[in-house]
Design a protein around this ligand. Structure first.
Ligand code: GLY
Length: 354
């Protein structure tokens, strides 16, 4: 697959990944290399990755606990301290090998350690391949508020090797698929139809679909890297989805993966689109049906609505106290800065539950 060249870094795929990485390390004269992994990628991905790495530089492995619960400033402190103890300097390279938590947190640590060292993202989950690892959003959660602390700075390279997906559970795969469906809904109906028509994705189908998703995201981010307007469309489903994810984060049985929460958010926000932007109801019903077929339905009791809606206050698209949604005029055409009355938001949960 042809590498995708963004304005300031390249995204390599599959068999090109190791060649590109080894060549980059050779040309950059780094002082040493730090590989950030979590407890999952340490055992499932690191051995394969190390086999491909050709360098005589010292390699240090830094392992963090897996899971969104650890995407916080305490974990960063541990990684900063380890970098410092192991004498990382400005010519050190950080390689983030993992899912969205590792690439978001690792990118943030790299951007802030000694005011910034170079970093490479190697996403190992579908979600991080098509979304988190690309576009330069790095950061951590503040309590249960997602990505409240962070910085936008692009990685120096992204390596997408879909072989890593073999180690992923089907639940994790579905989580990543939600961001791909979102790319179709906001940008390209044909792509959405292709994705939603595939009930059993094979790795072969996926390679091309991942590539297409990365292209959509790259295209949007390049036009608006600092999210002044267009990039906000990538947050379709996220105003309500993030609030739902945050609300159930510590729930014993209902904790949702990011994409699972976004899938619900997309159904809710498609309903808002019908009411506010005249999005066709029959298409909204079809989207709901397709989505629930893949993700099932989560029972969201009425009593949970007020606290969930309260959490939307922390959404980063909000301006001057107004909660802003990204809604759809039609599939492939998203509109930013939409405002929805509370009553309609409550109705959107009825639409989901019906
Ligand atoms: N995940 C949305 C963005 O990168 O803008």
């Amino acid at each position: 697959m042809t590498p995708i060249q963004t304005q300031d870094y390249s995204i390599q795929f599959n068999s090109d990944c190791s060649t590109a990485l080894n060549a980059y390390i050779k040309e950059q004269s780094f002082s040493n290399i730090f590989i950030l992994v979590d407890s999952n990628t340490y055992s499932h991905c690191l051995p394969k990755f190390l086999e491909q790495l050709e360098t005589s530089l010292t390699i240090e492995i830094i392992e963090i606990e897996a899971g969104e619960h650890h995407k916080n400033i305490e974990t960063c402190l541990g990684v900063w301290q380890t970098l410092s103890d192991l004498r990382a300097d400005r010519k050190s390279l950080m390689i983030n090998l993992g899912g969205g938590v590792v690439t978001d947190l690792g990118g943030f640590v790299a951007c802030t350690y000694q005011r910034g060292i170079k970093f490479i993202n190697i996403p190992t989950t579908l979600l991080s391949m098509v979304d988190a690892s690309i576009g330069g959003k790095n950061g951590v959660d503040l309590g249960s508020i997602k990505n409240q602390i962070g910085i936008i700075k692009t990685p120096n390279m992204v390596l997408i090797d879909t072989d890593y997906l073999n180690t992923l559970s089907s639940r994790e795969m579905r989580s990543g698929l939600a961001e791909m469906l979102k790319h179709g809904l906001i940008h390209n109906e044909l792509y959405y139809n292709k994705l939603s028509g595939l009930s059993n994705l094979t790795l072969e189908d996926l390679d091309q679909l991942i590539y297409d998703s990365v292209l959509i995201k790259k295209d949007i981010v390049e036009q608006d890297p600092t999210e002044q307007n267009l990039r906000k469309t990538l947050n379709f489903g996220h105003t309500l989805g993030h609030a739902i994810e945050s609300f159930y984060l510590n729930h014993e049985t209902k904790a949702l993966l990011h994409g699972e929460a976004i899938a619900i958010g997309m159904i809710l926000e498609t309903y808002l689109s019908t009411a506010l932007l005249g999005f066709p109801l029959e298409k909204a019903l079809k989207i709901k049906e397709n989505t629930i077929k893949v993700y099932g339905k989560v029972a969201i009791p009425k009593a949970d609505l007020a606290p969930i809606m309260d959490l939307m206050r922390f959404d980063k698209k909000n301006e001057k106290g107004t909660i802003n949604f990204v809604l759809l005029e039609t599939i492939g055409k998203a509109k930013t800065n939409c405002v929805a009355p509370n009553e309609l938001i409550i109705n959107s949960f009825d639409f989901y539950n019906e």
